[in-house]
Design a binder for this molecule. Structure first.
Ligand code: UDP
Length: 310
């Protein structure tokens, strides 16, 4: 039986990855320090004999007994307000945490996939973003702690590949949404849903003309799984190229929930003006593209938020 270590297992993406690898018949070792993750995302897995959980901070030395075939490094604060509150932890998990896991992968002769991000492109001057674009990042701005940790993560992962011959994979994840997003994580979709459900003002930052491209979580997980099993070691964008302004996105949520009104707030510093993945590479090498439309995805996500917003 294949054994896989997933860091950030109690988080939004990590918990969906745990489900995916269990359903593929693998033994899953979940690891999380529960800084932003929640055990409620994985409590349904605890009775499963092929799931185990370590409460551990991967910025510290990581030890796991037994063999490991795959490591997926998904631990990190991932929303702008989280990494503003936890700048040092964000830097450490992307840098020291990645280093520890690369070391573990070497010892175990495991293949490692690291979660990078569209934030490596910063406030992009090229649109849509292709993997060969180097980005436009402010290293000392509020987002720098996340963006630069992830850029370092890519650099050290490539160094382990080139110098040690380690089997590595790098996924650049664009905005993703779905069940198990934290209600209070401050990102657009959880904020808009919880505000609309509670009939509060929907906080659109700036004039709402900035764009994002939102991918439903099941599509993203499928893309990551295919990348892990592929033989491609350079970074690959995974995301949904359907682009929308934040104002239009807020209005979609308002229409779905049937209440709420927009209130405008100042735009946070260094907030990217546009973002859309070019997924030509993923189409070519993984045969992957998103299948779930935004209307289907946000209605599934609404079902979740209806249950958890109180
Ligand atoms: N945003 C907003 N209102 C909110 C939260 C976010 O208008 O309550 C905007 C934010 O300024 C950004 C976009 O929505 O332009 C997406 O923000 P998010 O935090 O979801 O992710 P980002 O893509 O910026 O990392």
């Amino acid at each position: 039986m294949k054994r896989v270590l997933i860091t950030g297992a109690a988080g939004f993406l990590g918990s969906h990855l745990c489900d995916k690898f269990i359903s593929e018949g693998m033994h899953v070792i979940g690891m999380d320090n529960l800084l932003t993750g929640s055990l409620t995302n994985i409590e349904h897995l605890f009775p499963n004999e092929h799931f185990e959980f370590y409460h551990h901070d991967v910025s510290k030395f990581v030890h796991v007994p037994g063999h490991i075939d795959y490591i997926l490094h998904f631990a990190s604060p991932a929303s702008p307000i989280d990494y503003l509150k936890m700048p040092i932890q964000t830097l450490k998990v992307g840098s020291l945490g990645t280093h520890n896991l690369l070391g573990l992968a070497r010892v175990k002769k495991a293949r490692i996939l690291v979660a990078s991000t569209s934030e490596v492109y910063g406030d992009p001057l090229v649109h849509p973003q292709k993997e060969d674009y180097w980005g436009n990042v402010n290293p000392i701005g509020p987002r720098g702690v996340y963006d630069e940790a992830k850029r370092f993560q890519e650099a050290i992962t490539m160094a382990y590949h080139n110098f040690h011959g380690l089997e590595t994979r790098i996924v650049r994840i664009f905005n993703t949404y779905g069940p198990r997003m934290r209600v209070e994580d401050g990102r657009a979709l959880p904020a808009f849903f919880s505000q609309a459900i509670k009939d509060e003002e929907i906080t659109v930052f700036g004039d709402g003309s900035q764009t994002r491209s939102f991918c439903y979580v099941d599509d993203l997980i499928d893309g990551i799984y295919r990348l892990l099993l592929s033989d491609y070691h350079l970074p690959v964008n995974i995301g949904n190229p359907q682009e929308i302004t934040i104002k239009d996105f807020a209005e979609e949520v308002i229409r779905l929930v049937g209440k709420g009104r927009i209130g405008y707030r100042p735009l946070p510093k260094d907030d990217p003006k546009q973002r859309q993945p070019d997924i030509t590479l993923a189409r070519e090498i993984l045969g992957w593209e998103p299948k779930i439309s935004r209307s289907e995805g946000i209605s599934k996500t609404y079902d979740y938020f209806k249950k958890v917003v109180i």
